[in-house]
Design a protein around this ligand. Sequence first.
Ligand code: B3K
Ligand code: ZN
Length: 886
Amino acid sequence: MKDGQPKAIQLADYQAPAYTTKKTELFFDIRDGETQVTSNLSVVRQTDGGSSLELAGEDLELVSVMVDGRELGSNEFLKDSESLTLLGLDEAHQIQIVTKICPEENTALEGLYRSGGMYCTQCEAEGFRKITYYQDRPDVLSKFTTTIIADGERYPNLLSNGNLIAASKTADGRSQVTWEDPFPKPSYLFALVAGDLAVLEDEFVTCSGRKVTLQIFSEPHNIEQCDYAMDVLKRSMKWDEERFGREYDLDIFMIVAVEDFNMGAMENKGLNVFNTSCVLASPDTATDETYERVEAVVAHEYFHNWSGNRVTCRDWFQLSLKEGFTVFRDAEFSSDMNSRAVKRIEDVGVMRAIQFAEDASPLAHPVRPSSYLEISNFYTVTIYEKGAEVVRMYQTLLGEENFRKATDVYFDRHDGTAATTDDFAQAMSEVGNIDLTQFKRWYEQAGTPHLSVKEDFIDGQLTLSIQQSCPDTPSQVGKKPFHMPILMGLVGASGDSIDLAGLAIESAAAFQVRDAGQSLLLEIREETTEIKFSKLNTDDAKPVVSFLREFSAPVKVSHERSDSELAFLVENDRDGFVRWDALQTLWVKHFDDRQTLVGADPIQTFAQVAKAAIDLTDAEDQLFAGTMLLVPNENYLFEQISGFEVDSLLDAREAALDAAAAQHSDVWAQLCERYKPTGAYAPTASGMAQRGLYSVAFALHARTLSGNALEKALSERYFSADNLSDRRSALGIITRNPLLTSDFRNDILEHFFQQWQDQALVIDLWFNLQAQSPLYDIDALNKLASHPSFDLKNPNRARSVYGVFAMLNNRRFHALDGSGYDFMGRAVARLDELNPQIASRLATPLARFGRYDSKRQGLMRGVLENLSRRENLSKDLYEIVSKSLA
Ligand code: B3K
Ligand code: ZN
């Protein structure tokens, strides 16, 4: 570890700073190999006491410091490797600081750095301190003016936040521009871009009639792929006005696509910076999943303009205040644009396979953590996705109308300030007239709560007993009960929901009958909750309980239900999530060798869904069917089944797919016939539905083939495809089907590489599909990682090999000789020297060792221990490794 053990930052230690920076004027003089940054800061004292001002700064060369026009001697301030402190200050001062930085050498991609031919910035969470000394904390909001001077020939586009207020030439012929952002903002929302870019331009007229110029910039060779993002941007702007009453506030909104970027995108005020992977899309370079991701991310970043920028976070412990809320908002947008049920199912899939795994690992943390070493490690599925589930629960508890009113109150009350999750809860509580004291435990307690549901049916009276618990997590022992909304219904033998308004319902817990008697909201607060339904028709059999509709709380449920009841729900429930969940439960029981299925075989139920899909005409129904026909993925099963053995579970999954393919070959053939690709590619619901169903059916059909027939079917599918989605579905099989010869596989891979070598994102997919193939042993993987097109410095490329390998190639990552863990350990160590954020991200699969057998646990821990012994470990990686081994 560099400079000894890093110190944990604690929420309990939060203090408002003694001074704030009211105005920030920045001057960037960009030259090859050296950029000089001059900042003029107007600082004023805002709390009593304190005459010192601590400015954060890392990797900076300090040229000079002036206070009120007087240059300070080096004995007049304190400076160490992380800060500069000015002492003996009065009420208000004008401070000037000059620093030099070298963006060309910045491989961590935080602060100002180079990507391809351009300069760009990434400041969230603490990157601004790598540009200049500053109060780099989100509760300091300042008005920024930014002047950029650079060679105008090489960098004709000089961009920053806000509005362009001046453009000229300097005496020596360089370009000089000035941008002014009228909205006070924290430094993490600062952005600068300098490049020779192409631009796609459009406009949007807001609800109050203001014209906003919309621009998407990219390197010239990518500009043809920006139309879809522009379309999404306009739809997002309109949707946010209609659904949340949020209007855009500047005259210009810019997006810049960059190739080297640590995450998906960044919501800098008026100047979003995007990873190309989340903005570029064309039929030949993006799959349906990419189009969906572009839609979600463009909307997400845009929505941050209110949930994040206009109302920001007081400190980084409040990160989920903006991230959870904004993920909720983008999920609602995607639901309104496509299929609500499918979006919900996809999100639950992520919660169960990834967030539940995080919650069960040594890296478990609450939605509002109480301490951290490196904040970059907290951009997690818990903060984002579980945070969004918490926001969804507010909406479920308050109802949509009151939830919307409460968000209005929150935005109005905190506009222009830095807020907390408590402020958000307060607005919800006031408008909903509901006590949320207990609900706030969702922010404080880590771990996935567990509900155990028991049914008792006697003489037409159905009683449900629900017991809640939550496992201990690191440094949190003995959890208190959560307040959670449970949506449920009862389904009669006919398959229709029973009208709950006609029943007598009793419970000590609060409940409300909703949806014209079709469903009920039960508020659980205690460890044990009972609810009784009587006046059911005594001649009828027990109704089937449809529990946790819409996945109304992020919990695990164990609920003894017969297999035939589950199959019945798959066919009949009105809630898409419950139908899908019932099928998943059947699959999980099937794969869990300690559970025996009685009366319903998931393969038969699965085939029923497939058969019914042949006659569907509505695109949303088809999309839903395509989703139902995805057999639970490996990581989902790892999380749902305890005490499994990796290889046996993977074998069982393959065997089930083979059996489903063989037993129902006629159904797959019919589906292939019905949904075979027709017409040109379009990223519409009907196009995606058709491709989704065709791909599922084709993959199962291909399992029934071998030899020439298999090669012929795959070549045809690959060569006749006119879009990447279809090509990818062929290539996905080609890279992993063991019956194919390696010549056949390599020829097609080579063809694909030759054809798309100029498209970085398509080549990422080429790496990705190979890295996730169980056919690739460590030699093959090493070869892949030393391919001339592999580049560890590019995060997308690094993830396409190493991230994909650790997350998706379970067979090889968990190889019993430890070679997979070792392969990852070595990559993480190399990456830590270049880009600590990506290194620590790639190390997290190793931290999940707890769920594997003792041999594998030992091997995984061994790799983590080796990493922990390295010198100069970054703070990022140190935190992951030390917490994992604690
Ligand atoms: N707010 C950024 C994430 C920044 C991550 C910094 N390590 C993207 C987003 O969530 O919209
Ligand atoms: Zn976000």
